[in-house]
Design a protein around this ligand. Structure first.
Ligand code: GDP
Ligand code: MG
Length: 437
């Protein structure tokens, strides 16, 4: 899909003005590309209509070419189609929260159950996994292995007991043991099958779940959309988890599922490991489908948060060597409003987000640095040289960090200033020699 769409959209680039005919031609090709990617026919039709309506007669933003303007609209509408915001899990107001996992065989229910448990544990929850797949050979054992790996208990009663009774017993067990989230892993089916459908409906009625999560294999394209429609009709799902997105670059399924079921895609499976479950970001998926990284949201975010005037003031301060810890703090704030750094880099087209997994720059670090700077007095921020060892101790205490950390930040700040000075000195020398400005 991605390549096709880019071809279609590429044709608009470099043209002076966007005419109705330009939009029409591009949209015809976008339509073909989407259909080829297995996007539901009706979804495509609605989509094209919406984009056309918006694009024709649209005022082209000053900073964009007409072609970019259409890309922006296509991107926005794709995002809208998949839901505007990432959807979170619904927790019960009185625990335990019950999550019912459902879907076809091999979609990734058991694996995803483990991933969710892994995630929830990180949020200090105490999940319990329930083995209700009594049909597939070794299904119970599989869940037990999963539970062991993520260090979460698994409730099972073997394969001779009715899954509805297992689920009920598990709920009682979980309540007694203080488990606040109970995830019920159920039997899949090869196709939609009335008997199994009845069974999962009975489990549903017995445990009254807060979340009914349908696990869908993104590789199955249009089939996944049909499955979603049926499960939603017969069972009433609350959300979708799309697995194996690491293997499918097209994302056609994601596009249709939300439109057809009107239920959010809550997570995306990005691999077989337990830490490879990510919140689903409609905007990122839209951009991925368009094959341009998150370049649009990057531009938008940057425009929104970097105040040009501030930047100029900063430059002036650097030149006059007045850069203080307060300015440092400002810079950190700006970095934060752009989102985590690794996420930011992941938005740059051509950068592989997988290669960034090991990157060690996080918001936590920034928050600690912030705490340290905020624990300084105004005088100290303007002139860190006056900070002696007893004041360092006090700053460490005030910020809940260590003297070593305070020392490190002070050193880093000094280095930064030194570098700035070297830079401005160099500039001055060059100006004198007439090579600059
Ligand atoms: P179930 O029958 O629905 O319980 O499916 P399983 O959890 O047993 O998963 C079926 C297969 O899909 C297993 O080999 C999993 O490792 C694999 N799988 C599950 N989720 C993902 C994913 O997000 N990415 C990849 N690449 N494989 C996955
Ligand atoms: Mg399973």
């Amino acid at each position: 899909l991605s390549e096709k769409l880019q071809n279609a959209l590429g044709k608009l680039k470099g043209k002076g003005k966007l005419s109705e005919k330009d939009v029409d031609v591009a949209m015809r090709e976008v339509r073909l590309a989407l259909l080829e990617a297995d996007v539901n026919f009706k979804v495509v039709k609605d989509f094209i209509k919406k984009v056309k309506e918006r694009a024709i007669g649209y005022e082209v933003m000053e900073s964009l070419t007409p072609g970019q303007q259409v890309i922006k609209i296509v991107n926005e509408e794709l995002t809208n189609l998949m839901g505007e915001k990432e959807a979170k899990l619904n927790f019960a107001s009185t625990p335990p929260t019950v999550i019912l996992m459902c879907g076809l065989q091999g979609a990734g229910k058991t694996t995803t159950t483990g991933k969710l448990a892994f995630n929830l544990k990180k949020q200090n929850k105490r999940p319990l996994l329930v083995a209700c797949d009594v049909y597939r050979p070794a299904a119970i054992k599989q869940l037990e292995v999963v539970g062991e790996k993520v260090n979460v208990p698994v409730f099972s009663m073997g394969d001779k007991i009715n899954p509805v009774d297992i689920a009920k017993a598990a709920l009682e067990h979980g309540k007694r043991n203080g488990n606040d989230v109970i995830i019920v892993d159920t039997a899949g089916r090869l196709h939609i099958d009335e008997e199994l459908m009845d069974e999962i409906r009975n489990i549903h009625d017995a445990v009254n779940p807060n979340e009914v999560l349908l696990v869908l294999d993104a590789m199955t394209g249009q089939d996944a959309v049909n499955v979603a429609e049926t499960f939603n009709e017969k069972l009433g799902i609350t959300g979708v988890i799309l697995t194996k997105l690491d293997g499918d670059a097209r994302g056609g399924a994601a596009l249709s599922i939300r439109a057809v079921t009107e239920k959010p895609i809550k997570f995306a499976g990005m691999g077989e490991k337990f830490d490879q479950l990510e919140p689903f970001h409609p905007d990122r998926m839209a951009s991925r489908i368009l094959g341009m990284g998150d370049v649009l949201s990057l531009i938008e975010k940057a425009q929104a948060s970097i105040d040009a005037k501030k930047a100029m003031e900063l430059e002036q301060k650097i030149r006059n060597q007045e850069f203080s810890f307060d300015d440092f703090l400002d810079q950190l704030e700006q970095m934060k409003s752009l989102g985590p750094i690794d996420q930011l880099i992941g938005m740059i087209p051509g950068m592989n987000s997988k290669a960034l997994k090991g990157l060690d720059v996080n918001e936590k670090d920034i928050n600690r640095i912030k705490a340290i700077i905020q624990s300084m007095t105004k005088k100290e921020r303007d002139n860190p040289d006056i900070i002696d060892s007893s004041r360092r101790k006090r700053i460490a205490q005030g910020s809940g960090t260590s003297v070593q950390e305070v020392n490190k930040i002070l050193k880093q700040f000094k280095e930064t200033k030194k570098m700035m000075k070297r830079f401005t000195d160099m500039e001055k020398t060059m100006k004198k020699k007439g090579k600059f400005g």
